[in-house]
Unconditional design. Structure first.
Length: 161
């Protein structure tokens, strides 16, 4: 599938097709144009318009991560849940991702739930942080406060504060 088609998959829940009209292909062209236009707008917003008609296979890893975000945005969520989106990215890509998540949060009016081990990114973009240690909450609050918490320092740096 192309990048555009991948993003359109994310919009399937927004489709007006139903059990009866889809098999008969009633109104599918107009619907595909509408969803394609919406998906292309999202790709443009994420700086991916130049790869919209290319297959996803073989694209750089960082680009694939942004395509995943575009596909999620196509469903018009109110809550965007990201599970370790920075894994496998270079330091510069992590910085770009952090800025992108903040922009998407603001531009799309999203609440973002981020599960991430890249602490610099978490502390740099979060309004509130919850720190878990082996499934147990050990700290919660603004990043500046949480980063100084002795339990957090012990759990993540391995030494006493």
């Amino acid at each position: 599938m192309t990048v555009l088609q991948n993003v359109m998959v994310g919009a399937h829940a927004k489709s007006k097709q139903n059990f009866f009209t889809a098999p008969l292909r009633i109104g599918t062209r107009a619907e595909e144009r509408r969803l394609g236009s919406m998906a292309y707008d999202i790709l443009t917003d994420l700086g991916l318009a130049e790869v919209a008609f290319q297959p996803c296979a073989g694209l750089p890893f960082g680009t694939l991560k942004r395509i995943e975000l575009a596909r999620a945005l196509a469903s018009e969520p109110k809550l965007l849940m990201l599970d370790e989106p920075a894994s496998g990215l270079t330091h510069s890509e992590v910085d770009e991702l952090g800025a992108l998540v903040q922009r998407l949060r603001d531009d799309y009016g999203l609440t973002v739930l981020l599960v991430e081990h890249h602490m610099a990114m978490v502390m740099g973009i979060s309004d509130n942080v919850v720190v878990m240690d082996f499934g147990r909450k050990i700290a919660e609050g603004p990043p500046a406060v949480v980063s100084r918490d002795p339990k957090v320092i012990e759990a993540y740096l391995g030494g006493a504060a």
